[in-house]
Design a protein around this ligand. Structure first.
Ligand code: A3P
Length: 320
């Protein structure tokens, strides 16, 4: 963090110092409220670079997610669907690269250390695909105004919360992690990276309702329930529908299989090494199930979160 701050100019330092600040879930780390969402000071400069400099192409595909809602899975699915005619299944790039290396985050990877990265050479295949956790309202204007396609995935907040808490536990090193109750309290107040969760989800939900040709809104649980239908929906939305021949040849099932939790988790490339953020690749693959929250949340926590879901979601037409 100190190294990062050295690269900040006075104006940025002053701006960050003026932002509301809260303790993060891990001791000694802070979150700042930038443009209405909480973020680590490490990503504020990259977010500003992304917002200011990213030139969106109409052909771009953006994977937008709240952390721990299925980003890794959606990256693998979108990559495999879009570029399925570029390689044979036994030479699939997912066998040698992680989903996060194939579809890179803008603010926490591409712009992390470089305010003007060489975007030309980042995406091997075209159209370009990038990912972001930035809320809809804070996306660069060029992205909102262009004809690019955005695919969003959300997840039941109870599973998302537990996934995030356990993820923090893996990354905390020597630092203390808040107890599940304390982290839950923060989560209910919207305090976690890119939170409030409900604002993030509703921002993309409303935008997808207003512009369904531009934003596809998916749910983790729906993909789990019927991956073939969701893959066909994704392919159609991206303008590369599966042909009858492809369906007969089982291409949809092959994509589902190579992107499955079981397959990806066991690949050497996902077991070793670290992401550019320093996060070990293996930490992106934990259990991959629906409903694991029931092993962690007490009945009173569930009751509180259900109440919050009603409060936030009623009248939106979106349910979990
Ligand atoms: P759990 O912690 O509940 O297991 P993200 O990719 O947004 O960081 O989300 C991580 C969550 O997605 C983790 O959930 C992880 O195990 C799960 N996940 C990762 N790859 C997956 C896949 N191919 N299929 C289903 N779930 C996956």
């Amino acid at each position: 963090i100190q190294d990062m701050e050295k690269s900040w100019d006075d104006e940025l330092l002053q701006m960050v110092q003026s932002l509301p600040k809260e303790e993060a879930w891990v001791s000694g780390l802070s979150l700042y409220l930038y443009q209405g969402f909480w973020c680590s000071p490490l990503v504020i400069k990259p977010i500003i670079s992304f917002q200011t400099h990213f030139p969106t192409f109409d052909s771009d595909v953006i994977i937008a997610t709240f952390p721990k809602c299925g980003t890794t899975w959606l990256k693998a699915l979108a990559f495999s669907t879009l570029y399925r005619n570029h390689f044979a299944m036994d030479e699939h790039p997912l066998l040698t690269f992680t989903p996060h290396q194939l579809v890179r985050f803008l603010e926490i990877d591409v712009y992390l250390k470089n305010p003007c990265p060489d975007l030309e050479n980042i995406c091997v295949y075209k159209p370009r695909v990038f990912a972001t956790h930035v809320p809809y309202a804070s996306l660069p204007t060029s992205m909102k105004d262009s004809h690019c396609k955005i695919v969003y995935i959300c997840r039941n907040p109870m599973d998302m919360f537990i996934s995030l808490w356990l993820f923090n536990d893996k990354l905390r090193q020597e630092r203390e992690l808040l107890s599940v109750d304390e982290a839950f309290e923060k989560f209910c107040h919207g305090i976690c990276g890119f939170g409030p969760f409900f604002d993030h989800v509703l921002g993309y939900w409303k935008a997808s309702q207003e512009n369904p040709n531009k934003i596809l809104f998916l749910k983790y649980e729906d993909i789990k329930e019927d991956i073939s239908s969701r893959l066909k929906q994704l392919a159609m939305f991206l303008g590369v529908p599966f042909t009858e021949d492809e369906e007969k040849q089982g291409v949809v099932e092959e994509i589902a299989k190579i992107c499955s939790f079981e397959k990806l988790k066991e690949l050497e490339v996902n077991k070793k090494g670290t992401h550019v953020t320093g996060i070990p690749h293996k930490e992106f693959f934990r259990k991959g199930e629906v409903g694991d929250w029931s092993n962690y949340l007490t009945p009173s926590m569930v009751e509180r979160l259900e109440k919050l879901i009603h409060e936030k979601m009623d009248n939106s037409g979106l349910t979990f």
